[in-house]
Design a binder for this molecule. Sequence first.
Ligand code: 5GP
Ligand code: ZN
Length: 110
Amino acid sequence: MADDCLFCKIIAGEIPSTKVYEDDTTYAFKDINPKAKVHVLIVPKQHCANAAELANSDPAELAHIVEIAQSIADKEFHGAYRLIFNTGKDAGQSVFHVHAHVLTGETMEE
Ligand code: 5GP
Ligand code: ZN
């Protein structure tokens, strides 16, 4: 666990969250400030800063995150979803523990 990482604390249960999915490597929970009807964050339990680092260190985990996103969208909205990895402060990344935003549950603007 990285010092002072919000998502490491959420994964450890030190900060409460609404769980959507969990397995040995991965945790998914509802975003506190949803930008769509269904807005879930999917995070690897292992701390890693961003998607490019994860692709390098554990590409199977990155693929696993995409599979989980698909299964959430299959359940919530006939398989349609938007998958976002904000990478870098100037792109809107505010938590530097890699997370996929899954936006689904409703028809979205382009
Ligand atoms: P980023 O801006 O890094 O791409 O995404 C961080 C996301 O984490 C934001 O969408 C924000 O709403 C969400 N978030 C920040 N703090 C918390 C929290 O304490 N609990 C939950 N569930 N989501 C959080
Ligand atoms: Zn972390």
